[in-house]
Write a protein that binds this ligand. Structure first.
Ligand SMILES: *Cc1c(COP(=O)(O)O)cnc(C)c1O
Length: 220
């Protein structure tokens, strides 16, 4: 058996083990290394180990860090996992390969316009406010069908649904709920699970897990 001697190897082994229990193909699960707040020097070792998907939550921070890294490590894929202001939509479309926080009609409009202008389509997850915590962003569950219709009409490639469950309670019911919502709407992607609960999320259908602390240590 391979010895997991780095945090990345450990997380990869845990993902493989969760997939085995859930009888899922590990190839269905994308590990997004959440590098927000961490400097380029902390990210390079993961790139050197072959990790290619990274998550950032602020457009400006990513603009400062990533162009140089992408030059050195071709194929790096950048995911925006934080709330996006409409006036940053254009910057986000230029830099990111995937957006996980589409959550309101005005952002659908802003993104569609930016896609047009830059002749670039970026796959988007619709973030759903599963825990009724509007401060975290996310579309209210009752508004999801209308937002999805609007996004599809605007030509946005909708990859799936994303959620951030409440921190202080068992997340499994929220993951199961997001999985059901995605299935009901014919969507393949489920962006759910963080350092504390990605294995649970995988057992409940996650296709994209967003892991920061378990890979980089605590944020300062
Ligand atoms: C910071 C963040 C993560 C990663 O959280 P960890 O607990 O450090 O793994 C995942 N998703 C979102 C939306 C985040 O903002």
């Amino acid at each position: 058996m391979e010895i997991a001697d780095t945090p990345l190897a450990t997380v990869r082994a845990n993902i493989a083990a969760a997939c085995k229990i859930a009888r899922r193909d590990p190839g269905e699960v994308t590990l997004i290394a959440v590098s927000k707040t961490h400097p380029a020097e902390a990210i390079v070792p993961l790139l050197e180990e072959g990790q290619r998907h990274f998550g950032e939550n602020r457009v400006q921070e990513a603009q400062a860090k990533w162009p140089g890294l992408e030059e050195r490590f071709p194929g790096a894929q950048l995911h925006l996992i934080g709330q996006l202001q409409s006036n940053k939509a254009e910057d986000a479309v230029q830099l990111f390969d995937c957006i996980h926080s589409l959550d309101r009609p005005s952002l659908v409009t802003a993104l569609a316009k930016a896609f047009d202008k830059h002749a670039k389509q970026v796959p988007c997850f619709i973030q759903v406010d599963v825990g009724e915590e509007p401060q975290k962003g996310g579309c209210p569950v009752k508004d999801l069908p209308a937002l999805l219709d609007q996004a599809r009409d605007a030509g946005i490639p909708v990859a799936g649904l994303m959620c951030i469950p409440p921190f202080d309670i068992e997340p499994a019911p929220f993951f199961a709920f997001l999985d059901k919502l995605a299935r009901d709407h014919g969507l393949g992607g489920r962006s759910m699970g963080m350092s504390g609960d990605y294995e649970t999320a995988i057992k409940l259908g996650a296709t994209h897990v967003r892991v920061g602390t378990a890979l980089f240590g605590a944020r300062g």
